[in-house]
Design a protein around this ligand. Structure first.
Ligand code: MN
Ligand code: MN
Length: 463
């Protein structure tokens, strides 16, 4: 039982549509290198499509009607879009949920020091990374600094062609005899991921003159004091834009496909819905998935539940806990997150019949987890049966997969958290090669099929 390669079925019009989707996605990816930037982009896209802020609707006491479009943001790092359907909310929603945080290197709160005429920032990496992949490459700094007076200074350094970039040095091969025999996990240590920021002493400065140079630049260019770093969130990410990949341009190389490719597909699907969908459709963009969906912006926080409660109150005029529970329990969800693409160079990590392949369309994972499905949301067969029909009725290229060979490792998504409400949830996403590396690879065909799949799911999936 083998799935077809999606490219084989495309005519000229479809190839053009694939390319258009890829172009839009690359722009989204290049502008959204942090969860905050992606959240901003999602809100802007929603506003342009006529979505109004849920808080505004609440303040105005506005009664919500089928066809209304609302968005809600959580601390600028998570976003929810709702497109109200014909059916009452208690009948459940069709939800697509992705995460917009990606593995990266965060600057510590007390970061700066000088050693031997070089000024550095100490860092703490975020999410699962192979640390050795992040050295000897151009990094950009993105983030915010919250000053005591309440102002928020936004920082993006290293993306404009005229900007400087920063980075982490590696040991020259000539002197690496000891390093080369170390375990890959020990080649570069967490505390060794220090970013070079400056290398020129400030004239007239005796003590730590290079660090003084750095602090002077921060003061002059951004109005920042060293103490302001205590309330900063600066993320070091690979500098530069995404690129077409392969001589046939069939793929995209870029930072943060996990999980911005699914986030983008969801947003596009949301914007393509009919004026009044049958069921209320929801696009969820969560933060903190890469570190366990914790914190006030992670999926485990209650912001989604709260937003649905507010929506119910505006729709029905009633504040009913029972109605909220019904709305959540009766919902259907695609937990949209990237899948491990089969890599012929690492064939032994996969079981070929149950792997996701680049170019064979959007992927469904009945379960993720590790070892004996530990920690996974094992989607119900009945739900998958109905999903198969929706996918096939719409002629969507899709495949099923597990996350690699049994016993080899594992992972999870936000699926199990949403399943706590008793709703039907299955993992769905785009296959990725080199996942969590500074630059990851996807097929344009899979992005295109994901957008079509999420649209079909939201318009046609029923209880
Ligand atoms: Mn992910
Ligand atoms: Mn991930």
């Amino acid at each position: 039982m083998e799935r077809n390669n999606a490219w084989k079925a495309y005519d000229e019009a479809a190839l053009q549509a694939v390319e258009n989707a890829a172009r839009g996605y690359r722009a989204f990816l290049d502008q959204g290198k942090t969860e905050r930037e992606c959240a901003d982009a999602a809100v802007k896209a929603a506003q342009a499509a006529g979505y109004i802020h849920l808080e505004e609707a609440i303040a105005a006491g506005r009664a919500i009607q089928p066809g209304d479009k609302l968005y809600q943001a959580q601390m600028g790092k998570a976003v929810m879009l709702f497109h109200v359907g014909r059916q009452p909310l208690e009948k459940g929603m069709n939800i697509v949920g992705a995460h917009i945080d990606s593995p990266r290197i965060d600057i510590k709160q007390n970061p700066f020091y000088e050693d031997t005429d070089i000024a550095y920032a100490d860092t703490h990496y975020y999410g699962g990374i192979k640390k050795y992949q992040w050295v000897a490459r151009a990094l950009a700094l993105h983030g915010v600094v919250a000053k005591k007076d309440g102002t928020l200074v936004r920082i993006v350094i290293g993306e404009d062609e005229s900007d400087p970039v920063v980075g982490i040095s590696d040991l020259l091969i000539h002197l690496s005899q000891e390093q080369m025999v170390k375990k890959a996990s020990d080649v570069i240590t967490g505390e060794g991921l220090d970013i070079m920021l400056a290398g020129r002493p400030l004239a007239g400065e005796e003590k730590e003159p290079v660090k003084a140079m750095l602090l002077q630049i921060l003061k002059e260019k951004y109005g920042l004091e060293e103490e302001d770093m205590l309330s900063a969130e600066i993320e070091a990410v690979p500098a530069g834009t995404s690129r077409d990949y392969g001589l046939d341009r069939s793929m995209i190389l870029g930072y943060g496909h996990d999980d911005r490719v699914c986030a983008y597909a969801e947003i596009q699907a949301m914007l393509q819905l009919p004026a009044v969908p049958e069921y209320t459709c929801c696009c969820l963009l969560a933060d903190k998935e890469e570190i366990g969906s914790v914190g006030a912006t992670g999926m485990q926080a209650r912001y989604f539940e709260n937003a649905v409660a507010e929506l119910l109150a505006l729709t029905t005029g009633k504040e009913s806990d029972l109605a909220l529970r019904r709305a959540l329990a009766n919902s259907r969800m695609l937990s949209c997150d990237v899948s491990a693409g089969y890599d012929p160079l690492f064939a032994s990590a996969f079981e070929k019949k149950n792997a996701a392949y680049l170019g064979r369309g959007v992927c469904y994972n009945k379960f993720t987890g590790s070892r004996g499905k530990s920690g996974s949301n094992d989607a119900n067969a009945e739900f998958i049966g109905r999903l198969r029909k929706v996918m096939d009725d719409h002629g969507i290229a899709w495949q099923t997969a597990e996350l690699g060979r049994v016993d080899l490792g594992g992972g999870g998504t936000i699926a199990y958290i949403c399943a706590l409400y008793g709703m039907e949830v299955i993992d769905s996403g785009v296959p990725v090669l080199s996942m969590h590396a500074p630059q990851e690879i996807i097929s344009k065909a899979d992005l295109y099929e994901a957008i079509r799949a999420y649209t079909a799911f939201m318009t046609d999936m029923t209880k």
